[in-house]
Design a protein around this ligand. Sequence first.
Ligand code: HEM
Length: 464
Amino acid sequence: MATATTEAVRLPPGPRIPKPVQGVAFLAAGHGMFVALARRYGSAVISVNLPILGPAVVISDPVLVKDVFNTSTDLIERPTSGPGSLRDVLGAGSMFSLAGDQLRARRKVVVPHFAGKRVRSYEEIVEEEVMREIATWPEGREFETLPSMIRITLGAILRAVFGAEGPALDELRDLLPSMVTIASLIVVVPLRMRRDLGRWSPWGRYLRYRRRFDAVVDSLIAAARVDPALEERSDVLAMLVQARYDNGEPLPDRHIADELLTLVIAGHETTGLTLAWAAERLCRHPRLLSRLTEEVDAGGSELRQATIWEVQRVRPVLDGTPRRTKTRIRLGDWVIPEDTHLIISIRLAHGSEESFSDAALFNPDRFVGAVPKPFAWIPFGGGVNRCVGAAFANMEIDVTLRTLLRELRFTPTNAPGERRRWRGGATAPARGARAVVYRRTKDASSGAAHNRRTSLETVQAAKK
Ligand code: HEM
């Protein structure tokens, strides 16, 4: 990619209808609108004009996605303030509000916690969270798995980030689900409407939750500062308390709190929803379910990993990720003006027939013996802003699925696939990923359930 300051602007094709009408279409269909437009214009790059964002270019072609992710941050940056940014919600000290050297320095502190051997050290925590949660699951009765999946991933990330157990953690477990629900609403509200109009207004409620969060975190930071064993601790809070900027200054407490909130919010709903989609897909693919169970029993993992990648391909929980041009740029055949939003559409990229044959089909076998192509498969974004929790999330999903398949038998269903429901930030299965499960130790005694299962084995899953 290059600057194109002397070239005339040349935008990709797109609808000419007024901005408010495009806004209504986006509200109704989300990235489904981009999917329809890409089909209509026969182009993997399209122009749109949306309320709040203004003119924007939607990108999904892997060559251009690579260009955008790999280009210098002098030309393109993720928005760190204004429309499309999370600064208001997560705070000025959050990674989502940082750019350039500040972002690089912060990632240097945080990334090692969620990579390599460190990730494997969290496996036990995840398995404990899963076992605790499934102990409450009913047998033989349909229920929503989604809330459980979110509780599992919330517990796991809280323990990895804060290390500690006890009342502070219990308070956070209690507080965060409501806080995330409100935060997801707020991110789609125009900036000027984010005002504290009392405890019943969304912003007012969010600020009250945030004060409760800060009070808990302040007490944990204060305890960490006087902890004689601080240097031996391996939780993220302890690392942030010990981190120093290049000039030797410690991070202000407020920024530590912003970052901890960022990790917890960015880290649990996304992973929990991916697990819910995995349950939703598996219940509709009985043959795959049996193969995965056999693989778990034999101690394998290849098909499970392929399934995780395929779930993320067909049901990415984040539809897209934003960038903004800082100067006029050339992107493929197009010349895009300064200060234009670029929307990298994960959903559109994952549905591309050029990148994935029979793209609409849920077929984990496409990834058996093959890893996903880097700029065609992008659930975690890419470049300098690539998700810091990608390896951690993959481990969580893997350990959770392994444990669920070891402990439970999911009953296949021929119900239609659940639709996508947009929750503000992320996309969830509309009916909560409903499932019927039996404990595997009781398999032999549950003959009726077994018969029901085998008759469903014939369901033609590919139809859904
Ligand atoms: C399946 C689960 C997850 C998905 C689908 C996901 C997806 C994403 C995406 C699309 C981005 C934006 C990347 C970009 O703009 O290029 C992102 C950023 C981020 N994610 Fe995740 N994420 C997941 C789990 C996690 C977890 C477990 C954590 C925490 C441990 C986490 C922490 C973050 C942070 C801090 C960023 C901002 C990185 C930066 O700006 O430098 N995410 N994630």
